[in-house]
Design a protein around this ligand. Structure first.
Ligand SMILES: [Cu+2]
Length: 374
């Protein structure tokens, strides 16, 4: 007798889908069993409680000492989310949020993640950390069924913002990623960030944006379809997805997730580090009325940052970072500067900045008045 999940997978022709992961899993298992043990018992351990985006858990920018083992726990939740007034998605999430929570460690630390797939879920999941080395980024060691949990430890050898995402094999990979299963780990250099001259630089806050392209099917009348669970929507969703035309391109899981009453806040003089994750598709952040003072476009902090950028490019499958010190008060829009995606499809965030207006930087010399002509 097949479980409901197995029946759905077979019904959708997916039984053989996770082949790559299964093969890598089978090949990796004996190597893992034979490998020399590593003794990390002398290293201090610290446990970090993850928080939902656009916020980030407490962390030090400069490492307070030598390498540590940094412990995290994430639960995977399959749940329906509202993407727009008229659109719902059977989302798959790390820790219940889209994007998954940001994790912060320092270069040389060990990341120790307990990943749990609660019994109420219907699908297999895993995690591929672009920051890690080997075993499909950990994907071959973390594939878990509903009702299972696993612990993966990897050494964060390279500094930068890195995408993580679910990658359970075959067509499950794009489906899970475009259903919300991606996020960012930020590996800070132990001595903190440096500017283009190699001088230390700090941020006052992090704003963590996860951009998602969603592919929600429509019915014969053009209305978005709503499904009882993820598997029920699978076939329709793949048909939309394979045409590569997203129904929504949004920040943090929904149109309006970071605008209006949900707008972010900052103060004139504050340095904000914008971390932008896109696990599937290229994008091009732009802060309207501001700049990227220092931009690690590819997200990797051992590269010299670009300065004074107007728009920067985030490659699909990566996380980038941009530092900006706000100089004027007012309402700013942080957008994907494909403006169709920003305005019509949803990829906009707002930041309300408090402070004193600086007429030297900009002044309205004459307010709009009736045209007097030549
Ligand atoms: Cu998954």
């Amino acid at each position: 007798m097949l479980s409901r999940r197995a029946a759905l997978m077979v019904g959708a022709g997916l039984a053989a889908a996770p082949m790559l992961v299964r093969t890598a899993q089978a090949e990796t298992a004996p190597m893992v069993a034979d490998a020399a043990p590593v003794d990390l018992s002398s290293l201090p351990r610290i446990r970090r409680e993850l928080v939902a985006p656009p916020f980030v858990h407490e962390h030090e920018q400069v490492a307070p000492g030598g390498p540590r083992v940094v412990e995290f726990t994430m639960d995977i939740h399959e749940k329906e989310i509202q993407v727009a007034d008229d659109a719902w998605l059977q989302a798959m999430t790390f820790n219940g949020s889209v994007p998954g929570p940001m994790m912060v460690v320092h270069q040389g630390d060990y990341v120790e993640l307990t990943l749990r797939n609660p019994p109420a879920n219907m699908l297999q999941h895993n995690i591929d950390f672009h920051a890690s080395t080997g075993a499909l980024g950990g994907g071959a060691l973390t594939l878990i069924n509903p009702g299972e949990q696993t612990v993966l430890r990897f050494k964060a050898t390279r500094a930068g913002c890195f995408t993580y995402h679910c990658a359970p094999g075959g067509p499950m990979i794009p489906w899970h990623v475009t259903s919300g299963m991606s996020g960012t780990i930020m590996v800070l250099p132990r001595e903190g960030l440096k500017d283009q001259h190699g001088q230390p630089i700090a941020y006052d806050r992090v704003i963590y944006i996860g951009e998602n392209d969603f592919y929600i099917p429509r019915d014969e009348n053009g209305a978005f379809k709503r499904y009882a669970d993820a598997s029920e929507g699978y076939e329709d969703t793949v048909n939309v997805m394979n045409k590569l035309i997203p129904s929504h391109v949004v920040f943090n899981g929904a149109v309006g997730a970071l605008t209006g009453d949900n707008a972010l806040t900052a103060k004139v003089g504050e340095r904000v580090l914008f971390v932008h994750n896109q696990a599937n598709r290229d994008t091009r952040p732009h802060l309207i009325g501001g700049h990227g003072d220092l931009v690690w476009e590819a997200g990797k902090f051992d590269n010299v940052p670009d300065v004074d950028l107007e728009t920067w490019f985030i490659r699909g499958g990566s996380s980038g970072a941009a530092l900006y010190k706000f100089l004027q008060p007012g309402l700013y829009a942080y957008v994907n500067h494909n403006l169709i995606e920003a305005v019509n499809l949803g990829a906009t965030a707002h930041i309300k900045v408090e402070g004193e207006w600086n007429n030297d930087l900009m002044e309205q010399v004459m307010a709009p008045t009736p045209y007097t002509g030549a």
